[in-house]
Ligand binder design. Structure first.
Ligand code: SF4
Ligand code: SF4
Length: 82
C-alpha cells in the first residue's frame, strides 16, 4: 500500500518533454509516458505516492505543474482506481 499526500495537475499542452521533472521528484513518482502533446513532446505522468512536495513545480522550466496537498493522507491500493 502506498501513502499519497498530494497530487499534481500537469498542463500537458505547455510541456516540451525535457524530462527535468522526472529526476527532480524525491519519491520518484513521475515518469515520461508514451503520450505526446500537440507539438509532439512526450509528457510526464504521475504514479502513486506523490507527497505534494512541489519539487516538480520548481524544476519545470515551463511551469506545467500545479501541486495540491491532501489534508489527510490517502492510501493507494495496488490495482485500485486512486
Ligand atoms: S509534488 Fe513532489 S512528490 Fe509530487 S510529483 Fe511533484 S516532485 Fe513528485
Ligand atoms: S520539466 Fe516540465 S517541460 Fe520538462 S518534461 Fe517535465 S513537465 Fe514537461
Amino acid at each position: 500500500m502506498t501513502t499519497i499526500r498530494g497530487t499534481v495537475v500537469i498542463a500537458e499542452e505547455r510541456c516540451k518533454g525535457c524530462e527535468l521533472c522526472v529526476p527532480a521528484c524525491p519519491p520518484d513518482v513521475l515518469r515520461m509516458s508514451e503520450r505526446r502533446n500537440e507539438i509532439g513532446a512526450r509528457v510526464p505522468e504521475l504514479l502513486a505516492g506523490c507527497t505534494g512536495c512541489g519539487a516538480c513545480l520548481l524544476a519545470c522550466p515551463d511551469f506545467c505543474f500545479e501541486v495540491y496537498r491532501y489534508e489527510a493522507p490517502q492510501e493507494h491500493m495496488p490495482g485500485g482506481d486512486a
